[in-house]
Design a protein around this ligand. Structure first.
Ligand code: F6P
Length: 367
């Protein structure tokens, strides 16, 4: 009987539990035995396992976070920690590992399955992209992005109420360590007035100038609320408080007309963006990607990632449409991670598209 271990790692993402549930149910229905690894790679190194039965997973899909727990485990970069992790799996009779996580977590899966290190005990690995930042290559979406976007839109709707009442400017910072996708999409979906994302590569002066111009033009227009919502990605390096200070200095210097008090406020949404009940779409996405990934593992495939409608053309050796779900693809994990690097270094076609598409949309839809 095949024995599959499921692990969630890195920043948790809403929808991870739906993926755990679906992976366990699909594997069990195919006669496999399923083990949950607790606390991500740290739990793998320490052999912290627990059996997963249908009763354990059946009602978890509506919960945020991950029931298996997660961790960031930089030790896995060292060969000794990987050897300990593999030894834990071998001792528990496990030869297949499903990793649900982002860039670092999927990189760990690749390193653990490296044939030069596994020797006589090959380890089959499959990945499922889960990161609210949507910063994994070769997948249109990662688990968690949709819920995070809904959380931001909901927060901005609330901020807009108070901003409109007072005619204030709000700088709203949203998560996204190296990638502005969440800021770009939630700005459009919430009807913000301006969006600051790292892919646009603007200098601090240009950022200040953009906000000041927006505020001044809002003040000039009649018949519409004199409020400004600026969404700033965490990936834009200038600290948001510093940005506010620079904006206020410029606005103070420009004011003089009546009714032009400078009333800028900062809201950093932070980890609120990563929590909460997964949206219907994230539950669906997690379930469908898990179905594809587990079936691949059971068929003996390895070093693959289940992807949702890749936004780029894929040569056959890099990925194929899943025979189990036409919206999902099975892509080469190494290729997905190389593309992730290019995406984060803004060298890929997708990175360029994102920057230009969102710049164009920002011109059309935002102020
Ligand atoms: O999971 C991605 C992410 O949420 C980034 O957007 C953010 O910068 C980072 O994780 C925060 O990590 P931590 O929870 O370890 O502080």
């Amino acid at each position: 009987m095949p024995r599959i271990a499921i692990l969630t790692s890195g920043g948790d993402a809403p929808g991870m539990n739906a993926a755990i549930r679906a992976a366990a149910l699909v594997a069990i229905s195919h006669g496999a035995d399923v083990v949950g690894v607790q606390r991500g790679y740290r739990g793998l190194v320490e052999a912290d396992f627990r059996p997963l039965t249908p009763d354990d997973v059946v009602s978890i899909l509506r919960d945020g976070g991950t029931v298996l727990g997660s961790s960031r485990c930089p030790e896995l970069l060292e060969r000794a920690a990987r050897d300990r992790a593999r030894a834990s799996l071998i001792a528990a009779g496990i030869d297949r590992l499903l990793v649900i996580g982002g860039n670092g977590s999927l990189t760990g899966a690749l390193a653990l399955s490296d044939a030069e290190e596994t020797g006589d005990h090959p380890l089959l690995v499959a990945g499922i992209p889960a990161s609210i930042d949507n910063d994994v290559g070769l997948t249109g979406l990662c688990i968690g992005v949709d819920t995070a976007m809904n959380t931001i839109v909901d927060a901005c709707d609330k901020i807009a109420d108070t901003a409109t009442s007072h005619g204030r400017t709000f700088l709203v910072e949203v998560m996204g360590r190296d990638c502005g996708y969440l800021a770009m999409t939630s700005a459009i979906a919430s009807g913000a007035d301006i969006v600051l994302f790292p892919e646009a590569d603007r200098t601090d002066e240009e950022l200040v100038e953009g906000i000041v111009r927006t505020v001044l033009s809002v003040r000039r227009r009649s018949g519409r609320a004199k409020r400004v919502i600026a969404i700033k990605s965490e990936g834009v390096r200038i600290p948001t408080d510093r940005l506010k200070q620079l904006v206020d200095e410029r606005l103070n210097a420009e004011s003089g007309e009546p009714g032009t008090e400078v009333e800028t406020r900062v809201t950093v949404l932070g980890h609120v963006v990563r929590g909460g009940r997964p949206s219907a779409f994230d539950r669906l996405l997690g379930s469908r990607l898990a179905n594809v990934a587990v079936r691949a593992l059971l068929e003996g495939r390895t070093r693959v990632m289940a992807a949702w409608m890749p936004p780029v053309e894929l040569p056959g050796e890099v990925g194929q449409r899943s025979k189990d779900d036409p919206y999902c693809w099975l892509v080469d994990l190494e290729a997905a991670l190389s593309e992730t690097d290019r995406l984060l270094n803004r060298q890929s076609q997708l990175a360029r598209w994102r920057a230009t598409v969102f710049d164009d949309l920002a011109d059309l839809f935002l102020l």
